[in-house]
Design a protein around this ligand. Structure first.
Ligand code: EPU
Length: 335
């Protein structure tokens, strides 16, 4: 177990905030995590992070313990003619897992290539991109109960998965720590190229492999999304809002070209489009900016503090609400 005092979290958050944690604890096994939780006083604030790619530290000092998983490993649980099930440590870097399965010809994760972060968070956040979500391949989520330190294994159907959401973000928030996630991949992959114009990237008679899909997704993401090593950011800052059919119809009268997708409980409108209409795309406020190529992403233009980012986010939320009567919700978690 690694324990550090007054530890800089700069390398543990892609927004590049210079927050310091009173204590930083990194565990490498379920047993180490249980041992740490048992030793912890009940009034201590303990916050588990993954790759720090979807959060914003709002104070320069975190007066508690930041926990980080260094549980690694990819283990075969079972396999048959059709599929293989892998149990993966929560601390494995998500894209290393995707590269691992794509290289072996196992399908299901390829559209989720290059999403930043770690395996544990994929099961909490239900990460998604290009028509696929983590829930489509998750089999089980292995956790430790923070109250009694016992192991609890959730089935996919126990996790109430929805758009960027799960039971771990709602009714069971902060009650369980994910140690491993198992995923079921297909040995005879079914490609999902329906989102946007992914299929247009390939020739009509071309044999499309998992590796080619992965390489293409990586290219699109690199073109559209800023590299956190150059410009601090946490990917999509806002969720795409789902609105009622009535509101959508009334907006459509004024904005004929408003893009939309059917969603479970209404109509999903790309927040990027809404923000672009307000004129905020590419604009900055203080040391934070709305990314010029994808306005859903807010960036740290250098030495920004959380307050710069929050002011900008508020200004964008206000502008969108004023123009469209739609209130954007941050996808990023404030710590
Ligand atoms: N758009 C604009 N202006 C722009 C960019 C986009 O109007 O400058 C509109 C277009 O109509 C476009 C639509 O927004 O068709 C959708 O854009 P895009 O396909 O880039 O996807 P997104 O809705 O912006 C979501 C996810 C991303 C994920 C992509 C691809 C959310 C909040 N974001 O973005 O996830 O990579 O789809 O599937 O759902 C993340 O969560 O951090 C993330 C990057």
């Amino acid at each position: 177990m690694r324990i550090e005092q007054d530890f800089s979290l700069l390398k543990y958050n892609t927004f590049g905030m210079k927050t310091v944690a009173r204590r930083f604890v990194e565990y490498s096994s379920t047993a180490e995590l249980q041992q740490f939780l048992r030793s912890c006083s009940t009034d201590e604030q303990v916050f588990q992070i993954g790759g720090g790619s979807n959060l914003l530290f709002i104070h320069p000092l975190f007066e508690g313990t930041i926990l980080h998983s260094a549980i690694k490993g990819i283990e075969v649980m079972d396999e048959d003619e059709e599929s293989i099930c892998l149990k993966v440590g929560a601390g494995v870097v998500w894209d290393e897992f995707v590269a691992h399965v794509v290289a072996r010809g196992w399908g299901g994760a390829e559209n989720l290539s290059l999403i930043p972060g770690e395996v544990g968070a994929s099961a909490i956040q239900n990460i998604g991109a290009y028509g696929v979500e983590a829930k489509d391949i998750i089999s089980n989520v292995y956790t430790i109960d923070r109250n009694n330190y016992s192991v609890r294994v959730f089935e996919n159907s126990d996790c109430n998965y929805g758009y960027r959401s799960s039971i771990f973000k709602n009714s069971l928030k902060d009650q369980y720590i994910v140690t491993h996630v198992s995923y079921r991949l297909r040995k005879h992959p079914k490609l999902n190229l329906s989102y946007g114009n992914i299929s247009a990237a390939f020739g009509e008679d071309e044999e499309i492999t998992l590796q080619k899909v992965r390489d293409h997704i990586i290219r699109i993401r690199e073109q559209k999304l800023p590299d956190p090593k150059v410009l601090g950011n946490a990917g999509s800052y806002f969720m795409n809002p789902v609105v009622s059919t009535a509101l959508f119809e009334s907006l459509k009268r004024d904005y004929h070209d408003i893009p939309s997708y059917p969603a479970e409980d209404g109509i999903k409108i790309p927040a990027a489009w809404l923000i672009q209409q307000t004129g905020w795309k590419g604009k900055s406020l203080g040391k934070a900016a709305v990314y010029e190529k994808q306005p859903l992403v807010l960036v740290n233009t250098g030495d920004a503090e959380a307050i710069d980012v929050i002011h900008l986010a508020d200004a964008v939320i206000f502008a969108v609400e004023e123009k469209f009567s739609i209130r954007l919700k941050p996808e990023v978690i404030y710590v």
